[in-house]
Structures are given as structure tokens and as C-alpha cells.
Write a protein that binds this ligand. Structure first.
Ligand code: DAH
Length: 326
């Protein structure tokens, strides 16, 4: 092979290598033990003195060129590998996909709004078990054995003692048994009733409130309810306090708000002054302390605020509804 011609061909071959692996193949082809350069060197011994010298100078130059070309090309591929593993390349001209962020469910948002209102009044957020003993859910709350809410139509019983709590009022008892007044608590949570139609769901959320101290009176309760509802509905609303009955409060009231569209009064919550029998059950002296309590259904006030007619739509995870509360 003519040496001048061959170096062009070899350099071209090196240049064509697409990766380090191919470079190594070319390297052993030309610089290896049985490679091109070594084979050429072997020919030296048959040459005369003058040609020996010229030939070896040429072959050494070629060898150096090959070594250098392979070295540079390898360096290039190594730097490429390092930079691609360390740096991300962004093509700013590419179109982007609209990122769809999730958001809190309107039930969670509303519970958070209620929590933050009552936290400002100094209330502690408390939770209780959803599987409850009948003592906390009924007995200690002064709900008599023959009360309709105890029977199989309303309550999901596990056995004769345990049930899925039907109201967060059960947590009032748990807290008052453990803690001496003053007590200021808010209890958000799930409750369960065997009932299902447009306005009832077998599982729904309630928030319970309880304040016990030395001079808690009816005006305190009324002020709290009025301000809480104004804060929740975020507009001036007409409300009325209607006398009612709950076994664990006396006197008891229900609060209604006036719906401008239907021109009807709609019930939003129940409340009252803690019944002395309840205080006796938890060993709090009713002559020394008084308390007020209230309870409301979260889904119900959401439906009233946003004019939702079917409670089930709140649990369907339909994006068309969820997106409206981002
Ligand atoms: N627990 C009642 C219910 O589920 C709501 C309620 C009414 C709670 C009056 C109270 C209260 O604390 O004082 O219907």
C-alpha cells in the first residue's frame, strides 16, 4: 500500500467512527499487534540502509497521526457523554402540554374555612373514631333507648354495642370525659346514616362545636352562630333561630337561612345549651359550668351556598363540578 494514500483513508475511517467502540476497533486494526503499522514495520528489515531510514520516519509520522486522530475523536465522544449526563437540554421552541393541577375538594375547602374561623375564636381541632361505642354516640348524650335514630333504619350497627357514628356529637363526650373546662373545640369528621336520596348520603361530613366555661350563655351561642354563618356564606344573609329539640341540649334551636330564589327558609344547623344530664354523665358540675354546642352538615351548607340540588354530585368526582371550586 502507498503510505501517503493510506493515511488519508485511515484518517477518513477514524472520522467516520460514531462512538468509542468503533474507535477501538479502528485502533486495533491499525495500531494493534497484528495491525497495519506493525506489519509495515516488519517490512523494514528487507530494505537497504537509505530506504530503511526514510521508510521508518514516514511510518512513525503516520503512526503518530493515527494515535492523535483517535485520541482527539475519543476525547470528543467522552466530553459529549459527560455533558449529556450532567445537563438537560430544553428545546424552547417545542409546544407544551397544558399542566392540569388538582385542587382540594370543596368539602375539604369548606372544612378548612370553618376550622380557620373557629381557630380564631380559640378553638382546638379535635377528631374522634368513626367506629363508635353506643355509649358515646347515644347513651351519654342523653339519647334514650327508644329514640328513633337508634333503630336499624338510621344507624349502621356492627353488633349490639358498636356502630358507625351517626353524629360528631359523640366526640363532645370523649373530650369532656378527659378534660376539665374551659373547653373550646371543633370536631370535623365523617358520619354515617342509613339514608340515601337527593339530599341524603349514607356518608357525609359534620362539624361539631362545643364551648364549656363558667359563664357561657345563650347570647354567646347566638353571636357565634351568626358570625360563623356570615363568614361561611360570605354575604349578608337573613337568618332565624327556631326553637327545636335535641336530647343533649336545652334549650335547643335550629338555625334557618332565607333562600332568595325559592323564597323559603332552609334549615342549616342545630345548636343549644349543653343539657345538665350530659354534664352529669361526664362528671362536670352543671351548677358551676355551662356550655353551648352546635352541629352542622358540611354537604348541606355547601349545597345551600352553591345551589347544588343533588348531594351525590359531591361524591362523583366529576371534573366539571370539581373544576368550579379550584
Ligand atoms: N348531632 C346533631 C345531628 O346530627 C346536630 C347537633 C344539634 C349537634 C345540636 C349539637 C347540637 O351539638 O347542640 O343532627
Amino acid at each position: 500500500m502507498c503510505v501517503q494514500k493510506s493515511i488519508k483513508k485511515i484518517l477518513f475511517e477514524i472520522n467516520q467512527c460514531k462512538n468509542i467502540y468503533e474507535l477501538n476497533l479502528v485502533k486495533s486494526k491499525y495500531l494493534g499487534k497484528n495491525g497495519y503499522i506493525n506489519n509495515e514495520i516488519k517490512k523494514i528489515k528487507i530494505l537497504d540502509k537509505e530506504r530503511k531510514k526514510n521508510f521508518s520516519i514516514k511510518i512513525n509520522k503516520i503512526k503518530k497521526k493515527i494515535i492523535n486522530a483517535i485520541f482527539l475523536k475519543k476525547k470528543f465522544y467522552i466530553s459529549l457523554k459527560n455533558s449529556s449526563s450532567q445537563r438537560r437540554f430544553f428545546d424552547v421552541s417545542l409546544s407544551y402540554q397544558d399542566m392540569k393541577n388538582g385542587s382540594l375538594h370543596i368539602v375539604t375547602q369548606s372544612i378548612n374555612k370553618i376550622k380557620s374561623f373557629f381557630e380564631k375564636l380559640g378553638c382546638e381541632i379535635v377528631f374522634g373514631p368513626e367506629i363508635e361505642h353506643k355509649y358515646y354516640n347515644f347513651d351519654a348524650l342523653n339519647i334514650k333507648k327508644n329514640h328513633p335514630s337508634r333503630n336499624f333504619q338510621d344507624t349502621f350497627w356492627f353488633n349490639k354495642d358498636y356502630l358507625l357514628r351517626t353524629q360528631t356529637s359523640s366526640v363532645q363526650i370523649r373530650v369532656m370525659k378527659k378534660k376539665k373546662p374551659p373547653i373550646r373545640i371543633i370536631v370535623p369528621g365523617k358520619v354515617y346514616r342509613n339514608d340515601s336520596d337527593l339530599t341524603h348520603s349514607p356518608m357525609f361530613h359534620q362539624v361539631e362545636g362545643l364551648i364549656v366555661d363558667k359563664n357561657i350563655n345563650f347570647s354567646n351561642l347566638k353571636w357565634i352562630m351568626e358570625n360563623f354563618l356570615l363568614n361561611f356564606f360570605e354575604e349578608k344573609i337573613k337568618m332565624r333561630f327556631r326553637s327545636s329539640y335535641f336530647p343533649f341540649t336545652t334549650p335547643s334551636m335550629e338555625v334557618d337561612i332565607f333562600d332568595k330564589n325559592s323564597r323559603k327558609w332552609l334549615e342549616v344547623l342545630g345548636c343549644g345549651m349543653v343539657h345538665p344530664f350530659v354534664f352529669q354523665n361526664v362528671k362536670i358540675n352543671p351548677y358551676k359550668y355551662s356550655g353551648c354546642a352546635f352541629g352542622l352538615g358540611i354537604e348541606r351548607i355547601i349545597m345551600l351556598k352553591y345551589k347544588i340540588s343533588d348531594i351525590r354530585s359531591l361524591f362523583k368526582n366529576d371534573l366539571r363540578l370539581l373544576k368550579q371550586f379550584k
